[in-house]
Design a protein around this ligand. Structure first.
Ligand code: NAD
Length: 346
């Protein structure tokens, strides 16, 4: 297939681009190169004849029209977004602009192109979203595809809005869409402001390892390359106008995740004191959702997809990747906001 991937210079988008090229697809990677982007993430495929990079913004309709006309993609995989909850608390406007208006602009460009091509049934607009649209769970229960939306942060509200737009374009205009709602990702090329890399990099720098609140918040962690694999599976095998929840079957409290990473570092890069001694509890994120958990029954039973790595194995691979790729993360640590406590301005 010829895939138009938005946000392909980001964390998950770049994993999708790398795997799509490995699988034999052609990829047009459209990215505005915001603070969260890094073209090194796709350096391994940059010279491949099937790979094209387009520097463009999903809010720029003229640029999108040109990309559709020039490349005639078989499908869109839409990952471009503002993605950091803490930044959404300090500056929600960018999240509304990109995640809502940008998705709207991309939908309209895709629809115009799809109509101009004679409304092919096999075209897909794959919208990549988050489990955070479903809100916060108590101690029990899991999110299914029919769980009511209940977003609670500017980030999750903007993603929920974009999900609604995508469904509306399917119902109203007949655009063939698929949606996925995924749990927290981790793995190589994770931007150094997110929890897993913050833990690894602060540990290595002998700095305090910050844990929000009492660390009781539970997330269902998914290795990023498993997510990319799930996305390409849903794109090719998923039923049109249907959504699929994607999870890692790896629920764990934040404090336990942090301790797991510290223990792996104790093994791989031992020093005189255990890394867990650096754990420091800091004030909680405003409106911090307590628990997310994915019921993966639909993607497992309909598409036969399951995650390939356990959290322990995925974290070992991730820690090793950060140990082996210091120039990558050092270059990103100068970017605005990285290393600062964000999201306290509520
Ligand atoms: P990221 O922040 O690492 O990357 C986002 C990419 O989008 C960057 O390369 C950025 O330059 C690009 N981008 C931002 N605004 C743009 C614009 N206006 N036009 C074009 N490009 C733009 O994000 P990520 O963690 O890779 O997440 C990718 C997608 O997956 C997002 O839609 C996010 O909501 C969703 N998601 C993320 C997670 C997670 O754990 N990270 C979990 C579930 C779903």
């Amino acid at each position: 297939m010829k895939l138009l991937v938005t946000g392909g210079a980001g964390f998950i988008g770049s994993a999708v681009v790398r795997q799509a090229i490995r699988d034999g697809h052609s990829v047009i990677n459209l990215d505005a190169l915001t603070y969260a982007a890094c073209l090194d993430n796709v350096a391994s495929v940059a010279d491949d004849a099937r790979y094209t990079f387009v520097h463009a913004d999903i809010r720029d309709r003229a640029a999108l029209d040109e990309v559709f006309a020039t490349h005639a993609p078989d499908a869109v995989m839409h990952l471009a977004a503002e993605s950091h909850v803490d930044r959404s608390i300090d500056g929600p406007g960018a999240f509304i602009d990109t995640n809502v208006m940008g998705t709207y602009t991309l939908l309209e460009a895709a629809r115009t192109y799809w109509v101009s091509e004679g409304r092919p049934d096999r075209f897909r607009f794959h919208h990549i979203s988050t489990d955070e649209v479903f809100g916060s769970l108590g101690a029990t229960g899991q999110f299914t595809e029919t769980t009511p939306y209940d977003p609670r942060s500017p980030y999750s509200a903007s993603k929920a809005a974009s999900d609604h737009l995508v469904r509306a374009w399917a119902e109203t205009y007949g655009l063939p869409v698929v949606l996925t709602n995924c749990s927290n990702n981790y793995g190589p090329f994770h931007f150094p402001e997110k929890l897993v890399p913050v833990v690894i990099l602060n540990a290595l720098a002998s700095k305090p390892i910050p844990v929000y609140g009492s660390g009781e918040n539970v997330r269902d962690w998914l290795y990023v390359e498993d997510h990319a694999d799930a996305l390409l599976t849903v794109l090719q095998k998923g039923r049109v106008n249907r959504s699929y929840n994607i999870g890692g079957e790896n629920e764990v409290r934040n404090i336990d995740l942090v301790r797991m990473i510290c223990a792996i570092l104790d093994e791989k890069r031992p020093k005189s004191a255990p890394y867990a001694d650096q754990i420091t509890f800091v004030s909680d994120r405003p409106g911090h959702d307590l628990r997310y958990a994915i019921d993966p029954t639909r993607i497992a039973s309909e598409l036969g997809w399951r995650p390939s790595v356990t959290l322990q194995k995925g974290l070992e691979k991730t820690v090793q990747w950060y140990l082996d790729n210091e120039p990558w993360w050092r270059a990103l640590q100068d970017r605005a906001g990285v290393g600062e406590r964000l999201g306290t301005k509520s």
